[in-house]
Design a binder for this molecule. Structure first.
Ligand SMILES: Cc1cc2nc3c(=O)[nH]c(=O)nc-3n(C[C@H](O)[C@H](O)[C@H](O)COP(=O)(O)OP(=O)(O)OC[C@H]3O[C@@H](n4cnc5c(N)ncnc54)[C@H](O)[C@@H]3O)c2cc1C
Length: 551
């Protein structure tokens, strides 16, 4: 029997519409986390903090993400294995990428790297506006070939595939849970169930259940076999620490009994970007539309799942390049160009970033996002000191702590400007916005110092935190789980989510997380089905009588 506990609610319908992707940020389905202030990043943001959106809903962050399906470089996974994680090299994980995949554009992708018939549909959007072709042509002029970035080569450009099905977002909930929900008698799902700690026997260090808050009451669920922690890269370390598994100094300072001293929360990595390089589109390619047109598009989408709302505008072109800091045959910068409103952004870049309510289909500017694929800086997630259980964890992202990260970002910004010289962009009048942003107006626009300032003031993220429950060999001081995803020193407890990634892949993190989940579920099955004890899989948990004397 499997009990799935989710702190959030069911998926809202609005999440289905690709062009509405940014609308759910800062809503009730976002945990609403923010980074701690830092001298090197997010300096112009409100209170010096960057928002780190995380999905609090069935499907987790896959219900709020931008749906991009890019897996990273094969060498990324070879590196995971080389760090002492047997079973995780590219040739080991590729079958798990393929297993979940139902690729609906086999003609566009490189066949041996893809699968059909899996639960997770992957496809290109059915709609492309004229900026999409403009960008693809511009990149081609710069010598970047268009091909499948999920194959054995990564430096190039692509009309990206997405985790959508027939014009609608397909979250991991929609792909993997919905088809079996209410059909399998051995699966029970409880939403709005906020897990507060994992129950671990202090004498034996065996995990035997969880304590969770639901409808104002604290309840326990007991596992006869295993507890699987999949709360994501911020909340999985939080829950381990609340349960006595984590850095002893921190736990002791909060009065938490230490059951296992591990570097939980450390090794935090993310893909940093910026909001500060804006391309202004002319009337020839701007897609801004009247209210009446937007209503017509909405009606059309409702009836057909087609049209401008079935895509994310220019964001569906992604490109991977190398800067002089790349040092290997892998890319170190990814470019996305986000739809933007020029007047809103120039009037108030901070407020605009906080209140993105315009569907991605309608825009007159492109926010150029160089994304740092191979960050050297490492951060840490710690428990909230005043309210460890219900307070937001403290996220010290340490973005740009390593200077090479800042240098790479500046290089990535400068390389992105080459697009402006292509005939594809020049022929339709695309221009760089040259109004200096307030936080950097004291520096000459376009100088290296200006771009470095933009990076540190207007820092952004593409919301890919990973690594805080690092997978590694026993002799790795930062390792939290072994290559079977079992927490060191605690029996019957696995972590299966993005937090186990030892190094962030040079791509997007949703597909790798799904791969980890596929592989992790095989590990669980291998352990328990081997016993031949199929009956004990049923009735694996019991729920105690709820009691209500807790806050
Ligand atoms: C705005 C945004 C855009 C992104 N864009 C992309 C993209 O285009 N492509 C891409 O590949 N990746 C993207 N990502 C990243 C990708 O979605 C994540 O890497 C992936 O979803 C991580 O999966 P996870 O299972 O580790 O965590 P999550 O998906 O965050 O899932 C964790 C789940 O655990 C639940 N939970 C947490 N704490 C508790 C608790 N105490 N009790 C009960 N339940 C709890 C949460 O509510 C959530 O449902 C984006 C993410 C965001 C937020």
């Amino acid at each position: 029997m499997v009990l799935l506990l989710e702190a959030g609610d069911e998926e809202p319908e609005v999440a289905d519409v690709p062009a509405f992707a940014p609308l759910l940020q800062s809503s009730s389905v976002d945990w609403g986390y923010q980074t701690q202030p830092s001298p090197q990043s997010c300096r112009a943001r409100r209170n010096g903090r960057c928002s780190w959106t995380r999905g609090k809903v069935m499907g987790g962050s896959s219900a709020l993400n931008y749906m991009i399906y890019i897996r990273g470089s094969p060498l990324d996974y070879d590196e995971w294995a080389a760090q002492g994680n047997p079973g995780w090299k590219y040739s080991d994980v590729l079958p798990y990428f393929i297993k979940s995949e139902d690729n609906r554009n086999p003609e566009y992708v490189n066949p041996p790297f893809h699968g059909t018939g899996g639960y997770q549909t992957v496809e290109q959007f059915p709609y492309q506006d004229s900026n999409v072709n403009m960008l693809l042509q511009g990149y081609r002029e710069l010598g970047l070939e268009e091909f499948d970035l999920n194959s054995d080569r990564q430096i190039g450009t692509m009309l990206v595939q997405h985790t959508t099905r027939d014009g609608e977002r397909l979250t991991t909930n929609g792909a993997f849970i919905r088809p079996i929900r209410n059909k399998r008698s051995n699966l029970e799902i409880r939403t709005k169930a906020n897990v507060m700690k994992i129950l671990i026997d202090p004498k034996t260090n065996v995990a035997y259940g969880v304590e969770y808050l639901r409808n104002g009451r604290v309840e326990n669920a007991y596992a006869k076999k295993e507890v699987i922690l999949s709360a994501g890269s911020i909340n999985s370390p939080k829950l381990l620490m609340l349960s006595g598994v984590g850095p002893s100094e921190q736990l002791e300072s909060l009065g938490i009994t230490v059951l296992q001293d591990l570097s939980v929360g450390y090794n935090l990595q993310d893909h940093t970007t910026i909001d500060g390089v804006l391309f202004i589109l002319s009337n020839q390619t701007a897609t801004t539309a009247s209210d009446a047109q937007q209503r017509t598009d909405t009606e059309f989408y409702r009836n057909t799942r087609r049209g401008p709302l079935s895509s994310t505008g220019a964001l569906q072109v992604n490109t991977m390049v190398q800067t002089k800091y790349a040092g290997a045959i892998r890319p170190d910068i990814q470019y996305s160009l986000d739809p933007a409103s020029v007047s809103n952004f120039l009037a108030d870049p901070i407020l605009t970033a906080e209140t993105s309510v315009t569907p991605l289909a309608y825009y007159d500017g492109l926010m150029v996002r160089p994304i740092l694929l191979n960050p050297r800086s490492r951060g840490v997630v710690m428990l909230n000191t005043t309210d460890p259980i219900f307070g937001d964890p403290l996220i010290y992202a340490n973005t740009f702590k390593e200077r090479v990260d800042l240098l790479t970002m500046v290089e990535g910004i400068k390389q992105s400007l080459n697009l402006l010289r292509t005939s594809a962009l020049q022929s339709v009048g695309v221009q760089l916005a040259t109004t200096p942003l307030p936080g950097c107006a004291n520096l000459p626009f376009g100088s290296d110092d200006y771009w470095a300032c933009i990076s540190m003031e207007y820092t952004g993220t593409i919301y890919h935190p990973v690594g805080t429950c690092k997978m590694g060999p026993k002799n790795d001081d930062n390792a939290v789980v072994d290559a079977q995803l079992r927490v060191y020193g605690i029996a019957n407890l696995r972590v299966i989510d993005s937090s186990i990634m030892p190094i962030i892949p040079r791509g997007n993190t949703n597909a790798p997380t799904i791969m980890i989940a596929e592989k992790g579920s095989d590990m669980i099955k291998e352990r328990w089905l081997k016993t031949g004890d199929a009956f004990t899989i049923l009735n694996q948990y019991d729920v105690t009588e709820p009691f209500d004397n807790c806050k």
